[in-house]
Design a protein around this ligand. Structure first.
Ligand code: HEC
Length: 216
């Protein structure tokens, strides 16, 4: 099977707050759709060292992709259920917002305790510092931001594969991540996440990813 390899140099600033305004991935969409292998390289500038991170996409690994996607789906079901309940009980979203942090983290830990494929969520503009992206996450998310694709991407890592599923803003996300967050919720956010970057999103906008780590 012939594979095309693309090498792209991206400069990704170390500060993620600056990320979404800068570099866009420039590999055409259809190349991913054809499952070619793409290699992206980013020079991460940090003080005092500067290092290069490269990302290799292997979307021809269909079995890995399916396994990752299945894990992401069942994880998201366990995550959404308690939040939905809290929102139904308290329409102001206050209970859900208050419970969200602990629920999200404990559900993630619970899932990973029994699953061989590990899951987590991250974003360029993240709310919870525990969800801060690494360099590979950042490069992949820059691609989603540029291409707005709904398809997951598979990345080859030294000892594992990562399956990245993009999340886009839906109507039910707006109350907590949108442009018009109620003063009550703003108060909770300020207290719980003083460095929150995850507000001001519009409907349909790329919000972040769920990542599944599949063992090799
Ligand atoms: C009730 C408020 C609430 C709603 C509704 C909500 N979120 Fe969040 N979201 C949070 C809070 C609080 C966090 C930080 C705690 C955590 O989950 O780790 C968060 C974290 C996240 C993260 C992890 C990265 C980060 O920023 O820390 C993603 C991705 C995310 N939300 C996407 C969404 C999407 C997509 C929707 C709609 C389907 C949504 N959220 C709906 C409150 C909410």
């Amino acid at each position: 099977m012939s594979r095309n390899i693309y090498t792209i140099l991206l400069t990704v600033p170390m500060l993620f707050s600056a990320c979404n305004s800068t570099t866009k991935a420039i590999v055409p969409k259809e190349k991913i759709a054809q499952n070619v292998e793409v290699i992206e390289t980013a020079t991460i500038k940090s003080k005092p060292i500067s290092k290069t991170t490269s990302v290799t996409y292997v979307n021809d690994k269909k079995d890995i992709q399916s396994l990752g996607e299945a894990n992401i789906e069942s994880f998201m079901v366990t995550l959404k259920a308690p939040l939905k309940q809290l929102i139904q009980i308290d329409k102001s979203y206050k209970s859900a917002m208050g419970g969200c942090s602990s629920i999200a983290m404990s559900r993630t830990d619970e899932y990973n305790a029994i699953s061989e494929t590990k899951v987590r969520r991250t974003a360029l503009k993240y709310r919870n510092p525990k969800n801060k992206p690494d360099e590979t996450d950042t490069i992949v998310m820059e691609r989603f931001l540029a291409n707005n694709t709904k398809k997951s991407l598979v990345v080859d890592m030294p000892n594992s594969y990562r399956v990245y599923k993009p999340l886009y803003m839906k109507p039910q996300c707006l109350a907590c991540h949108g442009e018009n967050i109620s003063p009550e919720l703003q108060k909770i956010l300020k207290r719980t996440y003083p460095k929150d970057m995850a507000t001001g999103f519009k409907l349909g906008e790329f919000r972040g990813v769920v990542v599944a780590k599949v063992k090799k």
